[in-house]
Design a protein around this ligand. Structure first.
Ligand code: NAD
Length: 310
């Protein structure tokens, strides 16, 4: 069976390919934006069950590469909220138009189309709000999260109108090796390794739910094997932590004091808290395996051993 992984040269997609390569034929479709790396192509270039196409998910010729019975997992996206505030248009082009093109190319062919979405679609929670459930209303705050909401709506409409077998996943913030240094954890690790301060948005009290990338990939694999068509699955980590507490954990690891904290002007529209209720995916038999503190320490060690990572 063939799994088409779009965005397989990005952070999560590359780990997902690591997870499935021994059991499936893999076609990786990636436009190779600034966020991509050649890691996966180098690693699997001699595997007969691995193929790569350098194309945009907006390319209508992709239908030529999608065969009857294929599974598509769409990771391809512009993924950095700060970039979406500076330049929303590219987020609409990839995250919305690109998803519609993939749906057009997949119709009446695929066995399953998984759209990788995000906890950010729920918008901001208060400190005491219950964790978000799959049926809660969507209330995006950034052009990024709005574009991911739009993509979800297109997928749901596709399922209702054309009976295309769609499943949507909404995961919390991922961390782990090979993430682009624009994102909080690798940026802070990199700065501290270089004896530089770390830029903390606002007062640092914003709360995030973190999941190790390997646990997210296991959940997606579990959904391929046992998920129900037409469903949405939250995939949350076991920990919620204030940005400032996460930052202090990193400072402690590097034996740095508070003089390395650089509080900067808050992100526009910065959501206060995300929190996912993951009961539904747990009912499929999935759980998180990686303890947050151990996962972060391993991630730091990976960056220490790979100082030239982007
Ligand atoms: P990433 O930015 O690391 O990788 C994205 C990949 O998509 C890159 O390889 C890039 O080249 C490719 N890409 C971008 N535009 C493309 C296009 N038009 N056509 C083909 N390829 C294109 O992103 P990530 O962190 O790996 O996120 C993967 C998915 O997971 C995204 O859909 C994102 O919205 C979602 N998500 C990420 C997180 C997180 O914490 N990283 C959390 C929840 C959901």
């Amino acid at each position: 069976m063939k799994i088409i992984v779009t965005g397989g040269c990005g952070f999560i997609g590359s780990h997902f390919i690591d997870l499935i390569i021994d059991n499936y034929n893999v076609l990786n479709i990636d436009k190779m934006t600034y966020a991509s790396s050649n890691y996966t192509n180098e690693k699997y270039k001699n595997y007969s069950n691995y193929k790569f196409i350098n194309k945009d998910i907006n390319d209508s010729s992709l239908s030529n590469f999608i065969d009857s019975g294929d599974i598509i997992v769409n990771f391809a996206a512009e993924s950095h909220v700060d970039n979406s505030i500076k330049n929303p248009n590219v987020f609409i082009q990839t995250n919305v138009n690109g998803v519609q093109n993939l749906l057009n190319c997949s119709r009446n062919k695929v066995k399953l189309f998984i759209q990788i979405s995000t906890d950010e679609v729920y918008g901001s929670l208060n400190v005491d709000s219950p964790s978000s459930k799959e049926n809660d209303i969507l209330c995006p705050s950034s052009p990024y999260s709005a574009s991911k909401c739009a993509a979800e709506m297109l997928c749901i409409a596709e399922h209702k109108t054309f009976n295309t077998p769609i499943i949507i996943t909404r995961s919390s913030n991922n961390y782990g090796p090979r993430q682009n240094k624009e994102k909080l954890i690798p940026l802070f690790i990199d700065n501290l390794m270089k004896n530089k301060s770390v830029p903390v948005y606002g007062n640092g009290n914003n709360i995030r739910n973190w999941i190790h990338v390997n646990d997210n990939c296991l959940a997606i694999k579990k959904i391929i094997e046992n998920g129900n068509i037409g469903e949405i699955y939250n995939i949350g980590g076991d920990i919620e932590i204030k940005n400032i507490d996460l930052t202090r954990f990193l400072l402690d690891y590097f034996s740095k004091d508070d003089s390395y904290l650089n509080f900067v002007t808050d992100r526009l529209g910065h959501d206060f808290r995300y929190s996912l209720n993951s009961d539904k995916i747990k009912q499929l038999g999935w759980k998180c395996y990686i303890d947050f503190k151990n996962g972060i320490k391993d991630t730091i060690k990976w960056y220490e051993n790979n100082k030239n990572w982007r």
